[in-house]
Design a binder for this molecule. Structure first.
Ligand code: HEC
Length: 488
C-alpha cells in the first residue's frame, strides 16, 4: 500500500507518519480497546462516539456498510478524501476487530437507553408482540436456583448451585432438600448444575444431575449421575460420566452444563472449557465439548470419534466455549445450543456430530479486559454460529416452547441472559433466526428457561432468587409496556 496520507489539520492533534511501503501488520496491542479508541478516534468521532468532525458511530446509520467487515474495512483502509485516515499501519487486525466490537457495544448501549423494555411488575400484564402475559412468582426462598425440571405428578425439582436438590409441591417449597445427592465443588461457577427427568420417568424413576465434581488439589470437572427419589433421598445412584482424574482443571469457571434427551435413547450434555481455551480443540479432554451417551452412560457406537486414537468417545462436538443452553427442536429434532462467549461473541449454534465450533481459534468476541483476542471470525473446517450476540447478553439457558397457553409462540426458542437480565424469543425458520424479541428485562439475572409439561414458560432468576412463570394475561392494559424488538 502506498500511503502518503496525513491527517487533516482540522484534527489538530493527530499526525500520521507517511509509510513508504506496506509493512507486516503491527502486533496486537495489550491496551484496553476503550483507550485505543480514546487516543486514536475520539478526536474526530467524539468521546462517546456520537460524532464530531467524523460521523456518529452509534446512530446505526452507516455510509460505508453496516456489517462487521465493512466497519473493519473503514478503519483499516480509511476514506482518505473524506478525512478518515487508514489505520492498517497503526493497528493490528486484532485491534481493528476489537474496535468493531467496541463500536457495537456502544451502539447497543445507546439504543437500549432510548427504549423502554417491559419490566413486568407483580400481577401487571405485559403486552408483547404476539401475546400478553404476566410474570407470576411460583416460589421464593431458594438460594441461587440453577435449573428446573418437572415430575409427571406436577412436582418441580430445582437445583441450587451450592449443592441442594429442592422440591416444590403445589407451589410450596419443601423445607428439606433431597438427601444423598453427590458432593459438589461449589466455587466460582461450579456447583450443582442441571437436573432432568427421564422421559419415561413414570416407568423407571430416573433423575439425572450434572455437577462440578471435586478432584485432587482443588481441581474439578463436570460429572453426570442418575438416581431415584425415595422418601426424600437420592438413591440407587449411578455415575454416567466422570472424566479421568488427570483431566480435571483448577479454574472456577465454565462448567456448562445442560441435558437433552433425544427420545431415541441418547442423552446429550455439555461441558464448558473450564477456563482453558485450548482444551476446547483437544479431543482427549472432556471440556469445551457437547457429549452424547446412552441413557445408562454407555457410549453409542456411532458417536463421531469412537475408534479415533486419543479421542474421548463420548464427544459429539467440540470447540464449544461454555454451552449453558441445550435444547432439541420439537419439529426437526435438531440439537440447538447457546454458548456464553467472551466479551462479545455469545453464540447460538446448531450442533452436528463431529463438528468443530471454533473456540478459541475463531470468535466474534474479545478479552474481558478490552484487549483484542483475534480478528478471525471464520475458518475452513469450523462452523459458523447461526447467530452471535455482540455485545454479549451473557446467554445462559435455552428452550423451545411446546406448550398450549401461548399458541403463537409454539416452537419459538426462548433464551435467558444473565448480564442483560432478559428473556428473548427467537423465531427460527429453515435453520435461521428470522426475528428476535426481548420479552422482558431487568427483573433479575435469568439462569434457566423451561417450557413446562403444563404448558407454561418457567424462568429461574438469580438475584432476587425465585422461580416465576409466564401466564397468559387476557386483559391488556392499553399501550403500556410494549416490548420492543431486538435486532437479530
Ligand atoms: C481525522 C479524523 C478521524 C479520525 C482520527 C478517525 N476518523 Fe473515522 N471517520 C472520519 C470521517 C470524516 C469519516 C467519514 C468518512 C466518509 O464520509 O466516508 C469517518 C468514517 C468512519 C467510519 C465509517 C462510518 C460509516 O458511516 O460507514 C468508521 C467505522 C470510522 N470512521 C471509525 C473510526 C475509528 C474506529 C477510528 C479510530 C481508530 C477513527 N474512525 C478515526 C474521521 C476520522
Amino acid at each position: 500500500m502506498f500511503n502518503t496520507f496525513r491527517a487533516p489539520l482540522t484534527c489538530g492533534l493527530l499526525v500520521f507518519a507517511p509509510l513508504a511501503w506496506a509493512q507486516s501488520s503491527p502486533q496486537p496491542s495489550r491496551r484496553d480497546v476503550a483507550d485505543v479508541y480514546a487516543s486514536l478516534c475520539a478526536n474526530c468521532h467524539g468521546p462517546k462516539l456520537e460524532g464530531a468532525l467524523g460521523p456518529s458511530l452509534v446512530d446505526d446509520t452507516w455510509k460505508s456498510g453496516a456489517d462487521d467487515e465493512s466497519i473493519a474495512r473503514s478503519i483499516r483502509e480509511g476514506q482518505l478524501p473524506a478525512g478518515m485516515p487508514a489505520f492498517s499501519a497503526a493497528l493490528s487486525p486484532q485491534d481493528i476487530r476489537a474496535l468493531v466490537i467496541y463500536i457495537r457495544e456502544q451502539g447497543a448501549e445507546r439504543r437500549s437507553k432510548g427504549t423502554a423494555f417491559a419490566k413486568p411488575a407483580a400481577d401487571k400484564a405485559v403486552r408483547s408482540e404476539l401475546h400478553a402475559f404476566k410474570l407470576e412468582t411460583v416460589t421464593e426462598g431458594l438460594d441461587t436456583p440453577w435449573s428446573v425440571a418437572f415430575l409427571p405428578d406436577g412436582r418441580m425439582l430445582v437445583t441450587e448451585k451450592e449443592g441442594r436438590l429442592r422440591v416444590v409441591e403445589k407451589g410450596r417449597l419443601l423445607p428439606e432438600p433431597i438427601r444423598g445427592t453427590p458432593a459438589v465443588w461449589s466455587k466460582g461457577q461450579g456447583g450443582l448444575l442441571d437436573v432432568a427427568v427421564h422421559p419415561d420417568y413414570a416407568k423407571n424413576g430416573w433423575i439425572y444431575l450434572s455437577y462440578s465434581d471435586p478432584g485432587a488439589n482443588g481441581s474439578a470437572m463436570t460429572a453426570i449421575v442418575r438416581g431415584k427419589l425415595r422418601e426424600g433421598r437420592f438413591v440407587e445412584q449411578q455415575t454416567l460420566f466422570r472424566a479421568p482424574p488427570g483431566l480435571y482443571r483448577n479454574a472456577g469457571v465454565h462448567f456448562g452444563s445442560r441435558f437433552v434427551f433425544d427420545g431415541k435413547g441418547h442423552l446429550f450434555f455439555s461441558i464448558g472449557e473450564r477456563g482453558h481455551k485450548e482444551d476446547a480443540q483437544d479431543l482427549s479432554r472432556p471440556n469445551g465439548k457437547v457429549h452424547r451417551i446412552h441413557e445408562d452412560g454407555s457410549i453409542p457406537k456411532d458417536n463421531p470419534f469412537v475408534g479415533r486414537k486419543g479421542a474421548l468417545p463420548s464427544i459429539w462436538s467440540y470447540g464449544n466455549r461454555n454451552p449453558q443452553g441445550l435444547a432439541q427442536h420439537p419439529v426437526t429434532g435438531e440439537l440447538w445450543e447457546t454458548e456464553h462467549g467472551p466479551r462479545g461473541g455469545d453464540e447460538l449454534n446448531r450442533i452436528e456430530p463431529g463438528r468443530n465450533y471454533g473456540w478459541p481459534v475463531i470468535t466474534y468476541g474479545m478479552n474481558y479486559d478490552g484487549t483484542p483476542m483475534t480478528d478471525r471470525t471464520a475458518q475452513e473446517g469450523m462452523e459458523q454460529p447461526v447467530l452471535h450476540w455482540t455485545p454479549s447478553i451473557a446467554v445462559c439457558a435455552a428452550d423451545f416452547y411446546t406448550g398450549s397457553h401461548f399458541p403463537q409462540w409454539k416452537n419459538d426458542l426462548f433464551v435467558g441472559a444473565l448480564a442483560q437480565q432478559e428473556v428473548r424469543r427467537l423465531r427460527i425458520e429453515g435453520g435461521k433466526v428470522v426475528h428476535q424479541e426481548v420479552l422482558f428485562k431487568d427483573v433479575g439475572r435469568v439462569r434457566d428457561v423451561v417450557s413446562s409439561p403444563d404448558g407454561y414458560l418457567y424462568v429461574a432468576f438469580n438475584g432476587p432468587d425465585r422461580i416465576a412463570r409466564l401466564v397468559p394475561a387476557p386483559v391488556v392494559e392499553p399501550a403500556s409496556g410494549k416490548a420492543p424488538s431486538a435486532k437479530p
